[in-house]
Design a protein. Structure first.
Length: 137
């Protein structure tokens, strides 16, 4: 695995704007739901991946463009790259669930700072474990 900062230049300003708008729309919708049905229900909708759907489509599009520049169709390679991104998002989402669970159970009875530290560790352990399991299966 390697970091590719050159991919930041592949994304246009319009694509960044679409990401921003998508995330904003999800946030507004979650806020409206929270106002109507309460913070617990609204919070579940806030966890909706407002950024993931447009991001994964960009990953696939940019991979196809890189493959096409080399003379290949690149559909399978693009889908494979998008699936790896989706696996990472799934591992991160599982970690986010662990983070939220620790906060939910800990904040009522313990001070904020230690609970946040434990929640961060839970996120890290669960996310890394999920990725490790994905690699092994």
């Amino acid at each position: 695995m390697r970091l590719r900062f050159d991919s930041l230049r592949e994304t246009t300003l319009a694509e960044y704007a679409r990401h921003f708008v998508a995330g904003g729309l999800v946030t507004v919708a979650a806020s409206l739901i929270a106002r109507r049905y309460g913070a617990v229900i609204g919070g579940m909708f806030m966890a909706f991946p407002g950024i993931f759907p447009p991001s994964i489509s960009l990953v696939e599009k940019h991979k196809r463009e890189r493959e096409a520049a080399q003379g290949f169709e690149g559909v399978r390679a693009a889908r494979a790259e998008a699936s790896v991104e989706a696996a990472g998002a799934s591992a991160g989402a599982a970690g986010l669930g662990a983070f939220g669970l620790v906060l939910w159970k800990g904040l009522g009875t313990h001070p904020l700072t230690p609970v946040l530290v434990v929640a961060l560790m839970a996120w890290l352990v669960v996310s890394c474990t999920m990725w490790w399991l994905r690699e092994r299966l």
